[in-house]
Design a protein around this ligand. Structure first.
Ligand code: PMP
Length: 397
């Protein structure tokens, strides 16, 4: 009998996408579900970026593209890294891919041998662990606590490193916790990284522009670790361009070369039209992203205030991205009629059925006590959702 590969069987279905599918099914049945499960800005792509894409089509940018991206796009990426992050990359250090997700997969598949360890601080973006598994690596999870804003310390990193450690991957601003590493915290991690010159760190900075407290800090800013860091970024979150599929890396040239080889056999260069649009987006003044950031901050403040009023909900103050990650473990063991809540999975299912609000279990992000609520939704939806969640939670006895 023909069967799917063991490689495929090792992968889990994305919990975020599974929740989105369930939401669609319930909506089709006529239920008025408010979807707060997806990591997707609810804005349209700015017009000047759409115009650049239209021009690209009219100018016949329709053929295969160089695997690593158009040269003028790579220049725009280099300028962006210099302008926004103080990072100086050369042309042989940039690779453009079909979303930051592919950028990360390229690095992982190009560097990890079976059995290599990859350090993943939890809570983490669901896909990290799955790509490690795809690359036949072993995820080594560092647990964090809400008391330290879900961040790892230099000591914890040091303790997780073994002779088998190949990579570490983390995001700041973090999906799902909204936490940001400060310059000092990154410096402390860099002090450990520099002591392990074979360790490569993937610094996922896709939420760079959704930062409510100050200047974004890149790990690669520290010269002593620059050659050990792959900086990942993309257009999805900052410019509301999730469907355009464009991400990029700045990396040591040997890693960039490896990613180009990998990508050349899997997808080739990303969409020509998305690349023309990306040039306009990256060359624009970063202030074009501020309107969305300000809207997210307003919503963050609202959701935080409402959740803080709810008894039993324990929450950190997210400083970026567009998620809150409340600890809901005080509800475990409680019931509403026949529905008993034993864990975060049960609670998200209860909120879906009782409050008709879709969220995602913290289990998908490597945390058993929390749920993730995305506030990339309209003010009206968020207001209604918070009322419904409050009512449903207060029925749990
Ligand atoms: N990194 C993180 C932390 C994310 O949350 C996401 C999107 N959910 C990505 C990377 C992938 O972004 P892209 O759309 O560019 O593939």
């Amino acid at each position: 009998m023909t069967q799917v590969s063991e490689r495929l069987n090792r992968l889990s279905e994305s919990a975020t996408l599974a929740m989105a599918r369930k939401t669609r099914e319930l909506k089709a049945e006529g239920k008025n579900i408010i979807g707060l499960s997806l990591g997707e800005p609810d804005f349209n792509t700015p017009d000047f970026i759409k115009d650049a894409a239209k021009e690209g089509i009219d100018q016949n940018y329709t053929s295969y593209t160089p695997v690593e991206g158009y040269a003028d796009l790579k220049e725009a990426v280099i300028n962006k890294f210099k302008r926004d992050n103080g990072l100086v990359y050369g042309m042989d250090q940039i690779v453009v891919s079909t979303g930051a997700k592919q950028s990360i997969a390229n690095v992982m598949l190009s560097l990890v041998n079976p059995g290599d360890e990859v350090i993943v601080p939890a809570p983490y973006w669901v896909t990290y662990e799955e790509i490690v598994k795809l690359a036949e690596g072993t995820p080594v999870v560092i647990e964090t606590s809400i008391d330290n804003d879900f961040k790892i310390t230099a000591k914890e990193l040091e303790e997780a490193i073994t002779p088998k450690t190949k990579l570490m991957i983390f995001s700041s601003p973090c999906n799902p916790t909204g936490s940001l590493y400060s310059k000092e915290e990154l410096r402390a991690l860099a002090d450990v990284i520099v002591k392990h010159p074979d360790l490569i760190v993937i610094s996922d900075e896709i939420y760079e522009h959704i930062n409510f407290v100050g200047k974004h800090q890149s790990l690669a800013q520290f010269n002593d670790v620059f050659d050990q860091v792959v900086t990942v970024n993309g257009l999805s979150k900052a410019f509301a361009m999730t469907g355009w599929r464009l991400g990029y890396i700045g990396a040591p040239s040997w890693i960039a070369k490896a990613c180009i080889k990998m990508q050349g056999q899997v997808t080739s260069g990303t969409c020509s039209i998305a690349q023309r649009a990306a040039i306009a987006a990256l060359n624009a003044d970063p202030s074009v992203t501020h309107e969305m950031r300000d809207a997210f901050k307003r919503r963050r403040d609202f959701v935080l205030t409402e959740l803080n009023k709810m008894e039993g909900v324990n929450i950190n103050v997210p400083e970026g991205a567009f998620y809150v990650f409340p600890d809901v473990s005080s509800f475990f063991g409680k019931s509403n009629g026949d529905t008993k809540i034993q864990n975060a999975d049960d609670l998200t299912m209860y909120l879906l059925m009782e409050a008709e609000v879709a969220t995602v279990t913290g289990n998908a992000f490597g945390n058993k006590n929390c749920i993730r609520i995305s506030y990339a939704a309209s003010d009206e939806e968020l207001k209604e959702a918070m009322q419904r969640i409050d009512k449903a939670l207060s029925k749990l006895k």
